[in-house]
Write a protein that binds this ligand. Structure first.
Ligand SMILES: [Zn+2]
Length: 277
């Protein structure tokens, strides 16, 4: 009798565990604005694995790019529940295109052709530095983006950002890495001069000190320009996929040191405002 009673208790306890309401996920939701789902010839993680990874780390939106564009097409076609996919056209077929896309008419054809799919919101990430940005095919790419309401996702130094904006002042740039280690005064000057430039923060140095504390200069920049920053994983190599969770945890660690409304804008609000329609 006693044994039967304790069995019933155990059963009730197990039932309670399985029917308990799921605790709300209070981690800040993240939009990953610099993601490469490269497909050469297969992705590092299968589509199911990568979607599970986003769910696991509460990434609810992504700028999807891929070299070649197959990975982006697969992400769009998956119509994943709970994940907002914002596709950008990658102007690269193979890695070597990084060095030559900006003077290669074949790449401009690729961009125009891929655009016909009808769902793209930007072009990039592309790499450009200094005077190389002044080239004719770069100007055509910038103009094509403006005419078709596309963002440019530019891995560029300050000089190249200036040249890109000089090609067409209506351009909108997601500035990959925000100048890496460029002095914050210069970052501030660019953000002030070009209201349509948005800093994406993967690999950006100086945000936290050795102890993980947000530095005064970056706290200042975030509070002065709360509407101008985005987060990104930059999964350009497989190691970045392997450490995806750590990258997101790293962002959450310094976001938690900012006022809530600033943190929410950087984590996801700015992306929603920019890419929503
Ligand atoms: Zn990248």
């Amino acid at each position: 009798m006693l044994r039967r009673a304790s069995n019933a208790l155990i059963f009730a306890a197990i039932l309670a565990i399985f029917t308990a309401p799921v605790r709300a996920d209070d981690r800040i939701e993240i939009f990953d604005a610099h993601l490469h789902y490269n497909w050469e010839p297969k992705p590092f993680y299968s589509l199911d694995q990568v979607l599970a990874l986003f769910r696991e780390h509460r990434v609810t939106g992504i700028v999807a790019t891929s070299r070649p564009n197959d990975g982006t097409r697969a992400l769009v076609a998956a119509k994943p529940e709970g994940l907002w996919v914002v596709p950008f056209i990658r102007p690269y077929r193979v890695r070597a295109d990084i060095q030559s896309w900006f003077s290669d008419p074949v790449i401009f054809d690729l961009v125009q052709e891929e655009f016909k799919r009808g769902y793209y919101r930007g072009i990039g990430e592309f790499h450009i530095s200094g005077r190389a940005a002044a080239g004719d095919w770069v100007k055509r790419t910038v103009d094509f983006a403006v005419v078709n309401d596309l963002f440019l996702h530019a891995h560029a130094d300050a000089e190249a950002v200036e040249i890109l904006m000089g090609h067409n002042p209506k351009a909108r740039i997601v500035w990959a890495h925000t100048g890496f280690s460029l002095e914050t005064e210069r970052v501030a000057a660019i953000l002030t001069k070009y209201p349509q430039v948005f800093g994406e923060l993967s690999y950006r140095g100086g945000i936290v000190d050795g102890g993980g504390k947000l530095t005064a200069e970056w706290r200042g920049l975030f509070t002065r320009f709360p509407d101008r920053f985005l987060l990104g994983s930059d999964t350009w190599i497989n190691e970045r996929w392997a450490s995806y969770g750590e990258i997101m945890a790293g962002y959450r660690a310094w976001l938690a040191q900012l006022p809530k409304e600033v943190a929410e804008k950087i984590a996801n609000g700015n992306a929603k405002r920019l890419f929503g329609r």
